[in-house]
Design a protein around this ligand. Structure first.
Ligand code: SAH
Ligand code: SF4
Ligand code: F3S
Length: 483
């Protein structure tokens, strides 16, 4: 998120697009002699990738640690979405460079989207790191680390058309034992003009649905009760069918996103299913009907709009207009009147006029989002916008427009939360509330945080909570009966 945008509630931050770097750990195993400190930035997909990395490094004899001081290997899984995301990582790398002076054996590596974007320059120009590995090359990590131990710098930033890490069992980092991410696809074939992701993540490819369902089943058996299916554009998930609509193998079923959702929902009625991110140009009524059919598919859709003006959307190359977007919102409200909707908004994109900015505000008033992630436009190298348009909205105007957007959304978020007071929701308990050991917290299907007195309940259970009040956008209530 941009530095000026508000930090969402901590638990909701799990669904945000970009996180502060946070160390991630799994319990140490005695056979593991070396220690890995892994810090992750960016979107949920990057956090999910860190779990793949931990799994690959676990096989290679590395246990994860929360303490960077005792690490033999430090890996930063980075994000390149906005300039400030990269600045944070540069600062961290400078700190680690200092640490290397007193610990010459320490290996420092950069993974993820910045690795892919900056490649060798991370090694050559800045001499900050030993290892640079792009998002499709994690299987090569153990070899590359060995190469560094042999006295060389190591790079692998090859992107793949096939890699989905389908059969690698992620090591669940920082697990609460209740909710988990499952990557269902990688890459992105859209070319939104502001976005660096197609360059850092490569071509879109979908993961074998059987491996996805198996992963969901295993999680359920381990006690997990909620999975979030992840992709940059989940609506274009497809299996056994090519981009032209040709079936690849006639003996195998075709699986699109709506079918995949139903397959995962079928694992168990007590396994909740969430997903992120939907794309307005591709979100079909099929998906909405599938959601409506299954109680355990959560009634929450993150539908990034970016701008409320059709000309801006055209410059952004988003593939839809304001009217199209509002039609999709109408379809959600028609098919699932109780569905929560959140969005992403960019303030101050190239050429944005005051009137165009006003259209974003008016669209927000029309939709009344439950929640939004809001950003100032940040020009990214190699993108279409960088090549075609001028980044001509002043920093001051970007800042003011962003504040207007944030203020408006603040009111809408509170209004939405207020509308939930007095109602009873089925809540999946995620853990003990940060503020009090005597309270638990969980979420309702709409993804709102609900806090309530502990009683005899524990994480992983469903309870029905009657909401009695709202504190900012957090709901408070009491358990009325077991869910
Ligand atoms: N795949 C998702 C978004 C992924 S990036 C989608 O298509 O909606 C998450 C969010 O970061 C985007 O929705 C957008 O709002 C924001 N973002 C991406 N590039 C940006 C840039 N150059 N400047 C500011 N915000 C950006
Ligand atoms: Fe970026 Fe657009 Fe792809 Fe989202 S859909 S990742 S914004 S190019
Ligand atoms: Fe960032 Fe890469 Fe995700 S650029 S938002 S970590 S796909």
């Amino acid at each position: 998120m941009s530095e000026t945008s508000p930090r969402p509630h901590d638990a909701q931050a799990l669904l945000s697009e970009e996180h502060q770097g946070s160390p991630t750990v799994q319990p140490a195993q005695p056979t593991h002699t070396r220690k890995l400190y892994l810090e992750s930035y960016g979107c949920q997909m990057n956090f999910s990738d860190s779990e793949i990395v931990a799994s690959i490094m676990d096989e290679a004899g590395y246990a994860t640690t929360r303490n960077e001081e005792e690490a033999d290997l430090i890996l930063l899984n980075t994000c390149a979405i906005r300039d400030n995301a990269e600045q944070r990582v540069h600062k961290r790398l400078t700190q680690f460079k200092r640490a290397k002076r007193s610990r010459p054996d320490l290996v420092v590596g950069v993974l993820g989207c910045m690795a892919e974007r900056l490649r060798e320059s991370l090694l050559e120009q800045q001499k900050l790191v030993d290892l640079v590995v792009g998002p499709d090359a994690y299987r090569d990590l153990p070899n590359l680390v060995e190469q560094v131990h042999g006295g060389q710098k190591a790079v692998n930033v090859l992107l793949s058309r096939e890699e989905t890490y389908a059969e690698i069992s992620p090591v669940r980092l920082d697990a609460n034992g209740v909710t988990a991410f499952i990557s269902i696809m990688r890459g992105c074939d859209n070319m939104c003009s502001f976005c660096v992701v197609p360059f850092t993540r490569g071509r879109e490819r979908s993961r074998d649905p059987q491996s996805i369902v198996r992963e969901a089943q295993q999680l359920f058996e381990q006690g997990y009760r909620e999975v979030t299916l992840l992709g940059q554009n989940v609506d274009s998930y497809k299996w056994n069918i090519d981009n032209k609509g040709q079936i690849k193998n006639p003996d195998e079923p075709v699986v699109r996103f709506a079918e995949l959702l139903e397959l995962v929902a079928g694992v168990h009625p007590d396994l909740r299913v969430r997903f992120s991110t939907s794309h307005p140009k591709d979100m079909t009524d099929d998906v909405l009907h599938a959601m409506a059919r299954h109680e355990n598919i959560c009634k929450y859709i993150h539908l990034p709009v970016q701008s409320g003006n059709s000309d801006v959307l055209k410059r952004m190359n988003r593939g839809y207009t304001r009217e199209w977007y509002l039609d999709r919102i109408a379809a959600i409200r028609r098919i699932m009147p109780d569905c929560a909707i959140s969005t992403d908004i960019i303030a101050g994109f190239c050429g944005e006029t005051e009137a165009e900015h006003g259209d974003t505000l008016s669209l927000m008033r029309e939709v009344r989002y439950d929640m939004a992630y809001m950003f100032k436009y940040s020009e990214r190298p190699r993108t279409l916008a960088e090549r075609k348009f001028e980044d001509d909205v002043s920093e001051e105007d970007k800042g003011r427009r962003l504040r207007e957007i944030i203020d408006l959304q603040g009111g809408h978020s509170q209004e939405r939360a207020e509308g939930m007071v007095g109602r009873t929701y089925r809540v999946l308990i995620e853990g003990v509330s940060k503020k009090s050991d005597e309270e638990l917290f969980g979420r309702n299907t709409q993804n709102s945080i609900v806090v309530f007195p502990k009683g005899a309940h524990k994480a992983g259970e469903y309870v029905n909570v009657h909401v009695t009040e709202r504190v900012a956008v957090t709901l408070r209530g009491t358990v009325v009966e077991n869910g």
